[in-house]
Design a protein around this ligand. Structure first.
Ligand code: UDP
Length: 335
């Protein structure tokens, strides 16, 4: 199939692009490179463009005979969304609607969308099933929820075949090497902890110690990025006109911040100093997936089930690319 991957130069997008190509699909990556990296896009696949540029998107879809879209191009940081909601609504909602209109004008009806556990807010019942009421507690979650609703309505009215994949915490890197997680500035837990192990940071701050969890720190369900990529391919293969899927993707196992740091100590053999800091605004205490629906509908199962196995792949990436995609990888001096 000819697939347009919006945001294919980002973390989950780039891993999915690799898998799509390995499975014989024809891929065009569309990315503005504001947060993505041209280095992780296979040669000849990249079109640089803006998500809010409907005419350009339409031209690309028509020129390449695009049959399906995967949409990864969203801002995805909880804390940033609290500080800059306008940016989040503009990109994740307003610009993303231009994508849907470009699809409609081009007769492209299949779309797989990166949604998120943040659409649930802080549900009372853990693990979280798709039937759980969606009450986001930060602007990031709201923007993703609005787009999920747009997909539902486009499926009903215009016959779009849609899948919103609600990721829990994407982590790890492809063991084949060469691609991994690289945000600037980095804000995610596992890369930060591994940067401490590499000597690039002195310590990791633990955001909050008084959450209602056994050790007082937030619990998350970390899911390997290649397992997410696999689910995208399976979802794409299932799409039919007017279909409207929402599926959770996680391992079903929760790990506290302290447990993640401990797993990183075991994998790396480094001490990794940690200090308690204030809670980060917008963080729910506990998010763990019930992914049984995805397993049933997609025939999908996470390959990486232990946090250590996920951290091992991330550690391999960070060791071989201490400066991420930056060209000079010989020194480990990023602070
Ligand atoms: N976290 C932390 N210190 C950090 C970064 C993250 O304690 O330097 C915590 C954060 O508060 C959350 C968990 O680690 O409870 C995972 O955060 P991350 O930013 O990796 O992903 P998110 O859950 O926001 O998608």
């Amino acid at each position: 199939m000819k697939i347009l991957v919006i945001g294919g130069a980002g973390y989950v997008g780039s891993h999915t692009v690799r898998k799509l190509i390995a499975c014989g699909h024809d891929v065009v990556v569309y990315d503005n490179l504001s947060r993505g990296h041209a280095q992780c896009v296979p040669t000849g696949c990249l079109v640089v463009g803006e998500l809010n540029d409907r005419a350009h998107l339409q031209q690309v879809m028509q020129q390449h005979g695009i049959e399906a879209v995967m949409h990864f191009a969203a801002f995805a940081l909880v804390g940033e969304s609290v500080a800059h909601p306008a940016m989040y609504y503009q990109n994740n909602v307003v610009a993303a609607l231009e994508l849907l209109e470009a699809m409609r004008a081009s007769g492209v009806w299949r779309i797989v969308f990166s949604s998120t556990t943040a659409t649930y807010g802080q549900p009372e019942k853990i693990p979280i099933a798709e039937s759980t009421v969606q009450l986001p507690i930060n602007p990031y979650g709201f923007t993703k929820l609005v787009f999920e609703h747009a997909l539902t309505d486009y499926a009903a009215a215009y016959g779009f075949g849609t899948a919103a994949l609600r990721y829990f915490n994407a982590a790890g890197a492809s063991p084949e090497g060469g691609i991994g997680e690289d945000h600037d500035p980095e804000s995610h837990l596992i890369p930060i902890v591994l940067q401490v192990a590499l000597g690039q940071r002195a310590k990791v701050g633990v955001f909050g110690k008084d959450y209602p969890t056994p050790d007082g720190t937030c619990i998350r369900d970390y899911i390997h990025v290649d397992d997410l990529a696999d689910a995208h391919l399976r979802a794409l293969g299932q799409l039919e006109p007017s279909m409207n899927l929402q599926l959770n993707l996680g391992t079903g196992k929760g790990h506290s911040v302290l447990e993640v740091i401990e797993a990183c100590r075991e994998v790396t053999g480094h001490e990794i100093p940690a200090v308690y800091e204030a809670r980060r605004p917008g963080d729910p205490a506990e998010l763990v997936a019930d992914s049984s629906l995805a397993q049933h509908v997609l025939g999908w199962k996470p390959h990486y089930v232990s946090i250590k196995s996920i951290v091992e792949t991330a550690w391999k990436w960070h060791q071989s690319h201490p400066r991420g995609y930056a060209t000079n990888n010989s020194s480990a001096t990023k602070t």
